[in-house]
Design a protein around this ligand. Structure first.
Ligand SMILES: Nc1ncnc2c1ncn2[C@@H]1O[C@H](COP(=O)(O)OP(=O)(O)OP(=O)(O)O)[C@@H](O)[C@H]1O
Ligand SMILES: C=C(C)CCOP(=O)(O)O
Length: 246
């Protein structure tokens, strides 16, 4: 089974609040639909926020550790993410991908140490019934902090563990993790050796950009690939484009 993240930086115009990158989303949906036709492999999709979610979270001062007890602030962030989720579902449904939503705000929580608890029973039943569950970065209740952001990357890692994913892919706006000469790093197995080149996102981003991504993926059993949209089809066909994190 595959867990795939569609980065918010790919499917939105990340530096223009609440602006979809319609062409990119259609290309991603085309690649997903094409491989659904050729194989019965289970697929779980998670999408990030891009210009939906990060701007709202930033305005309310909410991050993965700084929470809010203001329900309308939480709903503002959640609402932006569910709007984007509707766009993603719609593009997949138009291509006969049986995509259904899972909204983490209603399913997950953090304990007082910030550890994520994401029950996956509903996702497993969806998969068994032939659906493609589509989760998204969101706000979730956080013991002692109100509600904090959960990134799509954290959800990917948790789903990969809980569902024993065979393959994990993060489709982002870059062709992989880049070194200081902008060449794609083939393989990363240790954070410290690449820490110097890992930055945050260039756009508004409350969840840590590339550094957060690499840190989150390094702890996984399954190898993960970070690649650009041009390589999504080849990833789904079984190749390992971009940077492999293991
Ligand atoms: N060494 C690096 N290699 C590649 N990208 C890097 C590096 N350091 C920082 N970045 C930044 O990380 C960004 C990708 O992280 P970002 O969190 O924006 O991706 P995403 O997951 O696609 O989007 P979102 O978080 O909105 O879902 C790149 O656009 C780039 O600006
Ligand atoms: C900012 C919010 C609500 C979602 C963040 O998800 P990410 O784009 O995967 O980091």
């Amino acid at each position: 089974m595959i867990v795939l993240k569609l980065g918010g930086s790919v499917i939105t115009e990340k530096d223009r609040p609440e602006t979809l990158d319609g062409d990119a989303l259609e290309r991603a949906a085309d690649a997903i639909a094409a491989t659904r036709e050729s194989g019965p492999e289970d697929l779980v999709i998670v999408h990030g926020g891009g210009s939906f979610g990060h701007h709202n979270a930033s305005e309310h001062g909410v991050t993965t550790t700084e929470g809010t007890h203001d329900a309308s602030a939480a709903l503002d962030i959640h609402g932006a993410m569910t709007t984007l989720n509707q766009f993603v579902l719609r593009r997949l449904l138009e291509r006969d991908v049986e995509a259904v939503p899972v909204h983490p705000f209603s399913a997950a929580a953090r304990d007082s140490k910030g550890e994520l608890d994401l029950p996956t029973g509903q996702v497993e039943t969806m998969l068994a019934e032939g659906f493609v569950p589509v989760l998204h970065g969101d706000v979730i209740a956080h013991a002692g902090a109100g509600a904090t952001v959960v990134s799509g990357d954290e959800l990917v890692a948790e789903l990969a563990r809980a569902l024993s994913a065979d393959r994990v892919g993060l489709c982002s706006t870059v062709p992989g993790v880049l070194d200081d000469g902008d060449a794609v790093i083939d393989r990363i197995d240790d954070f410290e050796t690449v820490a110097d080149v890992l930055g945050t996102s260039e756009a508004t981003d409350v969840t840590g950009g590339m550094a957060g991504k690499v840190r989150t993926l390094l702890g996984l059993e399954a190898a993960a690939s970070i690649f650009g949209l041009e390589s999504l089809a080849s990833f789904l066909e079984g190749e390992n484009p971009g940077t492999t994190i293991d």
